[in-house]
Design a protein around this ligand. Structure first.
Ligand SMILES: [Zn+2]
Length: 302
């Protein structure tokens, strides 16, 4: 009896492992594709073979427009993804919006959301994916693609994310920090989509991105380093969750800020590299202001 039991256990274990391996392989296959897509672009892409089909595209190719901010400031519509490739050093990645099917490992997060339509001929499956594009310095874009196959869905998502690129504002609105450097956001914002509501709050330096992994990915692509997030509603609906995040980030630019508050919250719109030289005197002024404003209070209290 004692000899028989280990053999049975020995037989059972490899079966489980094989089943796990099959499922892991099924889940991992698109993830590998994801990383390949993420590593694709780190420098401005080669646009020598691109034939612009819009007036804006022609201007970009002829180098009449040199930055994406010129396009955003004039609220021009980007119709070709190559425009973004030519002007920004973007990276792209896909978000986990779907879940894998199956009895054993089903329910694991997956890049593609698979849906079906019932027809006379049978089930017609469809795949959708959400891609994010960003330069990690003040510009992000979110796009959703949908197709009958996984690969075109991913390509469409990346393309649409590039067309939807927008600018964000960064700053340091944290009362605990007050360092005067744009590592967080200048003020708290709330974004909504469906029942999902997400609130971003400025966090002190070194706090990191305190949010769901997918949302943290979007914030990292935008160039935000420290944030606190609070959510309400059905955040398990990842599509609404992601769009609520986009809504909140767009409100950073929509919100009007009084000019005298610009220095207090270290407000910086878009990319920061150009403004790096200007930031230093701002810091000094902020410190002077904070000391001058705090001292009278202390004197009053004393
Ligand atoms: Zn700070």
């Amino acid at each position: 009896m004692i000899m028989a039991r280990p053999k049975k256990q020995g037989e059972e274990r490899p079966r489980r492992k094989n089943a796990e391996r099959k499922e892991a392989g099924a889940v991992l296959a698109p993830v590998n594709g994801n990383t390949a897509a993420g590593q694709a672009a780190s420098k401005p892409a080669d646009i020598s073979g691109w034939k612009p089909r819009t007036a804006l595209g022609a201007k970009v190719k002829e180098r009449q427009i040199l930055t994406i901010d010129e396009i955003i400031d004039n609220s021009l519509k980007i119709m070709e993804p190559e425009i973004v490739d030519a002007l920004l050093a973007t990276e792209n990645d896909l978000l986990m919006i779907g879940q894998s099917k199956g009895k054993f490992g089903g329910g694991a997060r997956r890049i593609f959301r698979q849906t079906q339509k019932k027809t006379m001929e049978g089930n017609k499956p469809k795949f959708s994916a959400i891609a994010i594009v960003g330069d990690k310095n003040g510009h992000v874009g979110i796009g959703m693609g949908c197709a009958k196959e996984t690969v075109p869905a991913r390509e469409k998502a990346v393309k649409k994310a590039k067309l939807n690129i927008f600018r964000i504002r960064r700053g340091c609105g944290s009362w605990q920090c007050g360092c005067g450097k744009p590592h967080s956001i200048p003020f708290s914002v709330i974004g909504r989509c469906g029942s999902v509501e997400i609130k971003f709050m400025p966090a002190p330096k070194g706090k990191g991105l305190c949010s769901a992994p997918d949302i943290a990915k979007i914030l990292a692509f935008a160039g935000i380093k420290d944030i606190w997030a609070k959510t309400r509603g059905q955040t398990r609906n990842r599509v609404n969750f992601v769009y609520a995040c986009e809504d909140a980030l767009r409100k950073l630019v929509k919100t009007k800020v009084q000019p005298d508050q610009y220095k207090v919250v270290a407000l910086a719109e878009g990319s920061i590299q150009q403004e790096a030289a200007k930031q230093k005197p701002v810091e000094a002024e902020v410190i002077e202001e904070s000391t001058s404003t705090h001292n009278p209070k202390i004197n009053e209290e004393a």
